[in-house]
Ligand binder design. Sequence first.
Ligand code: F6R
Length: 619
Amino acid sequence: MCGIVGAVLTQGSVLEGLIEGLRVLEYRGYDSAGVALGLEGGVAIRRRAGRIEKLEAALGESPPADSQIGIGHTRWATHGPPTDANAHPHTDGGERLALVHNGIIENHGELRAELEAEGVAFKSDTDTEALAHLLGRELDNGAPTLAEAMRRALSRVHGYYAVAAMRFGEQRELVCARQGPPICVGVTPEGAFLGSDVLALIPHTREIVFLDDGDVCELAPGHLRVTRLDGTEVERASQHVSWEEADAGKGVYPHYMLKEIHEQPDVLARTAFSRIDEERGDVLLGHEELGDGGWSDALLRDVSRVQVAACGTALHAGYIARYLIEGLARVPVDADYASEFRYRDPVLMPDTLALAISQSGETADTLAAQRLAREKGCTPAAICNVAGSTLVRESDAVVLTNAGPEIGVASTKAFVAQVIAAYLLAVRMGRARGVIDQARGLELVRDLRLLRPSLERLLSEEHVSEIQAVAARHVEAKGFLFLGRGINYPVALEGALKLKEISYMHAEGYPAGEMKHGPIALIEPGMSTVVVNSRGGVADKVRSNVEQVRARGGQVICVGSDPESLDLADEAIVVPESSEWLSPVLNVIPLQLLSYEIARLRGCDIDKPRNLAKSVTVE
Ligand code: F6R
């Protein structure tokens, strides 16, 4: 969950590029930041607890000399609090090398005791420092290169890591390695670059090599060499990444979250429109970067059930996928938290499609759930936003969501893209199995096209100011209850998650039918209830929830297209009508905006909510 950058250049100064890279990666962790620059006579290290601005101030106070080799880090603390001393990079005792790390070294206690017994003095509480000293010890023991020291040192390490290390002084070397969290590399004639995320590399090159677990990579301008831990050299092909540099900026918006909310009509187009086959009333699940994506008719026909595993917002999209795939393709679906699924020794049949849903494709629990399902003979499949991610590489069939980079920590456009991808999968599955005929298929794909103007309407200035007014009236609420039923029940869960993540207000999402089994006790004046209700099979049931909450003095904000519920509620946020299957895509927009506006009024740090980081690559 930390961000890593590194570079070695033929000439010029590496510092500005490292800081730019850290800024782009700050969304992955923002407790502290640091850089190490290799100089002829040694190293310049600057590191500070707090945001990158603190690091920049430290660099301003004591500017280092120009350097062509360096590494940098933005931290999300796991071992030791966020202090200057615990900030990365860390060095070995002999001060020959510096190291940055994302992940957890599980046997760091044992390694630390062993090194201390040999006289090594530790300067931080981190697990990372043990690896820096191990590297130093391997150099003392005659490892001829930093890469060889890395291979030897990592064979002693248990855990999950992406690391980058730099040797300074006469022998300049830059090395990175991976076991778990991602790291990718790219070269140009002018330099070699590494990063924990492609976003840090695209200003330099679009031809990116994603390292595999167990790889160690040596970098020099124009040159990469990848070996396994036993020293065997391996070839790793590069992949072309089509993301634009501008995708990583905020544009005209004050926050990434708002920018990403406003991108959603384009995300719909990118995820769905080029895949629609109106002639056959069908969709194509493939992608230019992945061919047909592995979705053969045989696979879709022979599957007898689907098991979804995901975390957080992606699981909410997974719950919607359950309604879509069961409802449209008539295939039974189960959906579970990846963190629960992986430890409950699940009973899985081999003809199950194990569908992992993830924006990043690097979430530790989701990957573990997927690996478990593969071991049990299921076909691993994914809905994912990152083409080169571990999840994509480990899945037999993939729908890429094409949402572009999501940088706001609170997921918005990725959720909408995941729901649309699940809809495409349900339609394709139904067509392949003969459950959906051509005429019905045509209706279903046309419904997708109708969403775009509705999304645009929901994001219009008029609508946004309506939501700002609602936010202002509820910013002091004691708490929020979000209710929804059927395919909009997961939307209620998502509304509550968004609000608590970025505004720190207490919010709970519930299936509306469960209200009288407990949460109704919470209803009183000052408690706000958001009821999501669109026209469809369960609209009249949800309507009675609106009445019950109001009868107990609760304030109801109704979001949706069901006219009677909107009339009954204290406040109405009208959402354009759509097919019921696609109503979550529209209903979630006001909820995203409501959380954003409430968080803004409360003065919260919207793009970097406390304690959170994007992409949870550790357990
Ligand atoms: C919520 C949020 C998280 C992620 C979750 C899974 O706004 O962003 O709940 O949805 O950590 O992440 P991915 O989708 O990358 O697997």
